[in-house]
Ligand binder design. Structure first.
Ligand code: ZN
Length: 211
């Protein structure tokens, strides 16, 4: 997942040395990925995959990446949010989104459960739908269970922006993209979304779009 639109920079310029990210239309983004086996988890190849995913996410820059996005059909996701990215937001945007920095997390074979009925709607983008963004309604709080990169079981209950990233990335390993869930009237280039809506509260954005 890319940082949400208004503060996204021209990602392509800084991504020149990163492995290429598979773009929408490729079959690997539309098929359910398969689980990682315990034997696979213990291999150097798996450790290298995780390293490559984190490097690719950072170089993009993005706040999350799923293995199918680098052409690997496995149920592995990585996510991280950094001060450097968050500092591009206004205070209002940061507070509305409940966006907080967190260290890199790796989930292998994640299973996601929504907590409660609250939802939130914001722009999000995807490294595999490069240059575009759309409003997506997501659960405000979720719990994810899975293994870490060493095979140790872990559970993370979280709300706000990290919960959105988790939902976006777990969708990827089921072959779902945010464009399947977005409010289609909001679909926009990153540049247009930034020009029109940077710094505006979500209620005003919805009004402007007739949503
Ligand atoms: Zn994505």
């Amino acid at each position: 997942m890319t940082p949400p639109t208004p503060e996204t920079t021209t990602a392509a310029a800084s991504a020149s040395e990163a492995p290429s990210i598979v773009q929408t239309g490729a079959p690997v983004l539309r098929a359910p990925a398969r689980e990682v086996t315990p034997a696979e988890l213990a291999t150097p190849e798996f450790a290298a995959l995780v390293t490559r995913m984190i490097e690719t996410m950072r170089a993009a820059p993005g706040v999350g990446l799923a293995a199918p996005q680098i052409g690997v059909p496995l149920r592995v996701i990585v996510l991280e949010d950094r001060d450097e990215l968050i500092s591009r937001l206004t205070d209002t945007e940061r507070t509305e989104r409940e966006r907080v920095p967190f260290a890199p997390r790796v989930f292998v074979n994640p299973v996601l459960t929504p907590i409660g009925d609250e939802t939130a709607t914001f722009f999000e983008g995807c490294l595999s739908v490069d240059g575009f963004a759309g409003l997506v309604e997501r659960h405000l709080e979720v719990e994810v269970r899975g293994l870490d990169e060493h095979g140790t079981p872990q559970t993370w209950r979280v709300r706000g922006w990290p919960a959105r990233i988790l939902q976006h990335e777990v969708d990827h390993i089921d072959g779902t993209l945010y464009i399947d869930r977005m409010l289609t009237r909001s679909f926009s280039t990153v540049d247009h979304a930034r020009e029109r809506f940077a710094g505006q509260p979500i209620a005003e954005i919805r009004r402007a779009l007739g949503l």
